[in-house]
Ligand binder design. Structure first.
Ligand code: NAP
Length: 470
């Protein structure tokens, strides 16, 4: 009789999308191991919550310094297991370190008590930590996503347990090691190789006080529902289909450069990438030709090679799914302006693609394309551009290009998203809040707002106020 194993099968597999070679696999942990890790995190919280900001900052700043000092040690596994071009991978490591350093420096100021002015007595709001927070994170920014939660939580006095995406286990393990190397107490940052079923049980666990997810809308629906059932606070950083609006007075050279970068950075696998290019008719032909020419120049190659301008997608299945999504869009009437197929070579490569003539009845009209596929729309005027930008289930970011900055500001105010960029798409900086509305989720990460999400905002009122007579 076969013995039934209680240990889940390996779910975490590091595979190089450039050549399909399996690099390393990791088994999901047992329920007993999971229990032990949560218990350690809880015990750590009981100590960590009482540390001063200065004491916490020593650990967080040391982690930042270690990342800065070992960029390639972190960058290379990222390129190997999810295909990010090495220069972009290095940039992400530096940025992740900057985020940690930013919170080490500013958390105390952000969480300082805020004086209130009641009619009677004195009052203030104070911020106190909540406990063990569960993070669920995606593969497309293997460290930046982790830094976005680790910096603020740990400085706020919370501790973190994190389920990273199944395809980036080496990055997940390295980031956990970073905290050990930085001298963090056991349990301050814990990586969990767990199944989705185990993740549900983590959310149900009374020691877990909140859940922060970055991922797809489907994951958001499932995890937010679970958190809601448990009446636990959550933040959802989900997908997007950001509009890139080009007004008739835009500087076209400038706009096209951002269009190419904004669609192709990270092989197009960015939540807030420019995905829908909405261009006013008067300049649409010229924009499209320049954009097409720029994308056509990209050369596929080894993402570890500095000269490569087009890396693979994160996995073979991502490339298969994206190619099918393009086929379906074309079958429903979209016109291929450029590309449209897998690249005929080994690896998870997809041609840079531009689709046009996408009618609202085409399924592509409402979908997120997570790869190098641009949807191109021609509109008559500014009002039509805004209406089209808003005709989306998503509401993450967006951008507008115009020589008239005030006009750009007015358009930005009318687009229904969590973030808008005028004449740039410099998406993310440590000091600026990041997040969306509608199906793109709720809550903000980064900046001052990011650290306020998972702390107890407690009112304290002082004063010998007489009780009302009964
Ligand atoms: P995903 O499939 O939703 O996975 C994200 C994370 O959620 C992974 O760790 C995944 O684990 C986990 N997960 C998914 N379903 C789960 C469930 N039912 N229970 C527990 N865990 C679950 O998304 P992805 O494909 O990795 O990432 C791409 C998506 O993320 C895109 O839609 C992108 O726009 C979005 N994104 C948003 C932001 C933002 O800040 N708004 C930033 C980056 C990415 P497994 O890998 O083990 O399934």
């Amino acid at each position: 009789m076969a013995v039934q194993t209680l240990r889940p099968v390996a779910e975490y597999e590091s595979v190089n999308p450039f050549d399909g070679k399996t690099l390393e696999t990791f088994a999901a942990i047992s329920d007993a191991e999971l229990e032990s890790k949560i218990a350690t995190a809880q015990a750590c919280y009981e100590i960590w919550r009482h540390k001063s900001y200065a004491e916490r900052a020593v650990v967080v700043a040391r982690a930042a310094a270690l990342m800065h000092a070992n960029v390639d040690r972190f960058a290379r596994p990222m390129t190997l297991e999810m295909g990010k071009r090495i220069s972009e991978a290095r940039g992400e490591v530096e940025f992740s370190a900057d985020i940690l350093a930013y919170y080490a420096k500013n958390a105390e100021r952000f969480l300082a008590p805020v004086k209130l002015d009641p009619k009677l007595g004195r009052a203030h709001m104070e911020s106190s930590p909540m406990g063990v927070i569960f993070g669920v994170e995606p593969w497309n920014f293997p460290y930046y996503q982790l830094a976005r939660v680790a910096g603020p939580h740990q400085m706020a006095g919370n501790v973190l347990i994190v389920k990273h995406a199944g395809i980036v286990p080496q990055c997940a393990a390295l980031f956990e090691q970073l905290w050990i190397d930085a001298g963090a107490p056991a349990g301050l940052y814990t990586n969990l190789f767990i199944t989705h079923a185990q993740s549900d049980r983590v959310i149900d666990d009374p020691r877990i006080k909140g859940v922060a997810l970055t991922g797809s809308v489907a994951a958001g629906r499932s995890i937010a529902a679970r958190a809601g059932k448990n009446v636990k606070i959550s933040s959802m950083e989900l997908g997007g289909s950001d509009a890139f609006i080009v007004l008739d007075d835009a500087d076209l050279e400038h706009a096209v450069k951002w269009a190419i970068w904004g669609r192709m950075y990270n092989a197009g696998q960015t939540c807030c990438a420019a995905k829908r290019f909405i261009v006013i008719d008067a300049i649409a032909d010229e924009f499209l030709e320049k954009f097409r020419a720029g994308l056509a120049e990209l050369e596929p190659g080894d993402p570890m090679d500095e000269k490569t301008t087009l890396g693979p997608l994160s996995s073979e299945s991502a490339a298969v799914d994206l190619a099918k999504q393009v086929d379906d869009a074309v079958a429903a009437g979209a016109k291929v302006v450029l590309g449209g197929k897998r690249i005929d070579r080994a690896g998870a490569f997809m041609q840079p693609t531009i689709l046009a003539d996408i009618k609202p009845t085409n399924p592509a009209f409402r979908q997120e394309f997570f790869g190098p596929v641009a949807l191109f729309f021609r509109v008559k005027n500014e009002d039509e551009a805004i209406a089209l930008a808003n005709d989306s289930d998503f509401g993450l970011g967006g951008s507008v290009f115009t020589k008239d900055e005030a006009r750009g500001g007015r358009v930005a105010s009318r687009v229904e998203t969590g973030m808008m960029f005028v004449n740039n798409i410099s998406w993310s900086d440590a000091e600026l809040p990041f997040g969306g509305i509608k199906d793109s989720g709720y809550g903000r990460e980064l900046g001052n707002m990011g650290i306020q999400e998972f702390v107890n905002k407690k009112l304290v009122r002082f004063g010998s106020i007489e009780a009302p007579s009964t």
